[in-house]
Design a protein around this ligand. Structure first.
Ligand code: ADP
Length: 526
């Protein structure tokens, strides 16, 4: 009878140990494993067959803690367990794949055997740490001086306080139709070559998927995800699980907040909702900030418009009126001729300004049309240079051209000529006597199917800090204003729009020293 009863209890105990969610590990006081249930297999990664008979310290204790652990077993064996038994203890355990995990455990001793029931508490700890992160993020957003600064603070808080090796904030750049990484935190200073991309196609990778679907995505293992463009780099760096949550402004998705962990992990609904909550804070912040920046921008544009009108409209008008007043019948023919020439050039300035304003109006209404045709960019640039040589000659400027014999391209000949005239005309206008202007164009060595074209001068230059504002309506650099060179600050706005309608780009090269270099890149196919 008794035997049957004991056997039945044993069977039940085994059945219970097989189904409980806590890992059950039993070991001798010398540290040899004698029991290992399925939850222990899942928690620590070793199968029962691999674990039984093994050294428990080697299996589940990180190397740096093993001596301490063995010392604890010795104390238990010596009958002096101190405060180790029957209490909930927290310690850091080791998984078979090398990652560490926080576990909560209770130890019991029966005879020569130490029994441990352990539970992985990563998710619980993560939840409570998230509350701290949320507070840090909100504080960071309140203290941020700009959207970029805010982005840096958010990814920093996620990395430092949550322990994610890499966290990123991506926003969709409507001008360039690309996802752009605004801020990235690399917690452990890993070499992120191949992973730390500055931009990605709007539908590529985790940021693209989150942006496209407007919902959170969880990738259990980036290194194994076939659709991930960064999977090879991720595998090399040791980045595995990835989570991204959408950043929204109202119903519009602005971008994605993404974090990368260093082990593969199945989807965790709590973490997704916590990250989504943070992303929502960021979205609200960006919405507020954009409204403020827009208001500041409008006020600035208004100021710059008024400055432009006062100078550029009033000056030539004053010259015309003043000179007309001097025209009387007693003037010598030569003097009369001079006066008429002055009136003519002021009228020309007004006419250029009217053209620029008309182009701007077309641009704003979206009716600046492009009529593409096959053209030769080298010939177009030669023609533009020939026209500019007349003005350049009066200032004793040297104009150099480094152009191929032909450079075929599909584009709008009139509009691209307007771009060339503006860039070369500006180079002439902003370069003092005796300077040099160099125009080059060639197939872009770095980008097959593209041409790159530059206009460089040795003139008054544009201060580096002002270059980002250059393509804004009515903006004039301090160097141009100080040199009292007339202009409307509209040519480059129109120029950039024309180039973008050709799917190309324009930028001021980061060159040191005096002068300015504009670089235009255009796809050959238009
Ligand atoms: P504008 O020349 O009529 O003022 P643009 O839009 O063509 O208008 O140029 C905007 C501003 O950019 C100019 O006012 C000037 O400050 C600066 N800029 C453009 N090209 C040059 C250049 N080659 N060298 C120095 N400054 C330049």
């Amino acid at each position: 009878m008794t035997g049957t009863y004991v056997d039945a209890v044993k069977d039940h105990s085994a059945a219970v140990l097989a189904v409980i969610s806590e890992a059950y590990v039993a070991a001798t006081v010398e540290g040899r494993v004698v029991q290992w249930n399925p939850a222990a297999e899942a928690t620590f990664g070793w199968s029962r067959e691999q674990a039984i008979g093994g050294d428990v310290a080697r299996l589940i204790i990180p190397e740096r803690h093993r001596d301490m652990y063995r010392e604890a077993l010795r104390r238990i064996a010596g009958g002096d367990p101190g405060r180790l038994l029957e209490r909930r203890l927290q310690f850091t355990a080791l998984h078979r794949d090398g990652h560490e995990l926080p576990v909560e455990t209770t130890l019991t001793v029966t005879g020569e055997i130490v029994h441990a029931l352990a539970r992985d508490v990563s998710a619980t700890l993560r939840g409570s740490r998230f509350t701290v992160v949320e507070a840090a993020v909100l504080r960071g957003l309140a203290e941020a001086t700009s959207s970029d600064d805010a982005a840096v603070r958010v990814v920093g808080a996620l990395g430092v306080r949550m322990g994610w090796p890499v966290s990123e904030l991506w926003l969709f750049d409507a001008d360039r139709q690309m996802m752009t990484c605004i801020a990235r935190h690399n917690r452990a200073g890993r070499d992120l070559t191949g992973f730390a991309l500055a931009e990605m196609e709007p539908h590529a990778g985790l940021p693209g998927a989150v942006y496209r679907d407007g919902r959170a995505h969880w990738i259990p293992d980036v290194a194994a995800a076939p659709s991930s463009p960064r999977r090879r780099a991720a595998a090399r760096i040791g980045l595995r699980a990835a989570v991204g949550a959408p950043i929204r402004s109202g119903s519009q998705v602005l971008g994605a907040l993404c974090v990368f962990g260093d082990r593969a992990e199945p989807s965790d609904a709590t973490l997704i909702s916590l990250l989504s909550g943070l992303a929502a804070h960021v979205g609200q912040y960006l919405e507020r900030r954009r409204a403020e920046e827009l208001a500041i921008d409008l006020a600035r544009t208004k100021d710059e418009f008024l400055t432009m009108v006062t100078h550029e409209l009033r000056n030539p008008l004053a010259v015309i009126l003043g000179t007309v007043a001097l025209l009387d019948d007693d003037l010598e023919p030569a003097e009369r001729h001079d006066h008429l020439r002055i009136i003519g050039s002021s009228a020309e300035r007004l006419s250029t300004m009217a053209d620029d304003l008309l182009d701007l109006a077309r641009l704003e209404s979206g009716s600046l049309e492009i009529h593409p045709a096959d053209l030769d960019l080298a010939g177009l640039l030669h023609d533009s240079i020939a026209t500019a040589r007349i003005a350049a000659g009066t200032k004793d400027l040297t104009v150099r051209a480094d152009l191929p014999f032909r450079l075929p391209l599909c584009g709008d000949p009139d509009r691209l000529r307007q771009v060339a005239d503006n860039l070369i005309g500006n180079a002439v206008k902003y370069t003092p006597e005796g300077g040099t202007i160099t125009v080059t164009a060639a197939a872009d060595a770095a980008r097959p199917g593209w041409v790159s074209w530059t206009v460089a001068d040795t003139g008054i230059g544009i201060p580096a800090g002002e270059r980002s504002r250059l393509f804004r309506r009515f903006y004039r650099a301090s160097t141009a204003v100080a040199a009292k060179i007339p202009g409307t600050g509209l040519g480059l706005v129109v120029t950039r729009t024309i180039i973008e309608r050709h799917h190309g780009t324009i930028a001021v090269a980061d060159t040191a020293g005096p002068g300015t270099t504009f670089v235009v890149r255009l796809p050959r196919s238009g």
